[in-house]
Design a protein around this ligand. Sequence first.
Ligand code: DGP
Ligand code: NA
Ligand code: NA
Length: 210
Amino acid sequence: NGKKGDKSRGALVVLEGLDRSGKSSQSRRLVSYLEGLGISAELWRFPDRNTSVGQTISSYLSNKSQLDDHTIHLLFSANRWEKRSSMEDKLKAGTTLIVDRYSYSGVAFSSAKGLNIEWCKAPEIGLLAPDLVFYLDLPPEKAAERGGYGGERYEHLDFQRKVAEKYHLLRDDSWKIIDACLPIEDVQKQLRDLALDCITTCQSGKPISQ
Ligand code: DGP
Ligand code: NA
Ligand code: NA
């Protein structure tokens, strides 16, 4: 907040998109790039499968267990809530977080199953608001052509089409739509430039919001 002695904060940057849209590799590369510039940055991802909630989610995604749609929705949200305070601590300490999936995945994937979209948004209220969201925009058919759907629960073309429609409804001012059909290097270049601008804005005193 610009007070004397305050350390400038890090930025909360989120990558969203369909399965196979390139989020994971783009976010890894973005973190390496920022670190190379001497900027404190960490790669985070949701679901975080390391916690006990995350292990329940992982078992559900790999079809080893069944859960009611509402129940799993709340567990995905709980998995973000259990990380909220450490995210805030990191940001306040000046570390930029590059986050592979966040609340938008939560709402898009669950509402694509037919759950009420407002109901889906409710448990996300009060989580930290991203400063910047990259949506890696790839037609579902193109994503499917990339292959490597790992056989997890949601990795089917029909379902991914529905998820794409829901994502479309969620766009807001924090979003930058990135054409993920472009070569990897071109996508990465856009992410780098936009992330650096965002980091500068956050350093110069933009408050963390919810
Ligand atoms: P990933 O580890 O990024 O491949 O994500 C695993 C799968 O879970 C992927 O198909 C997207 C989906 N997913 C991610 N976050 C959420 C969420 O909050 N809610 C629901 N229902 N699905 C999610
Ligand atoms: Na996946
Ligand atoms: Na991913």
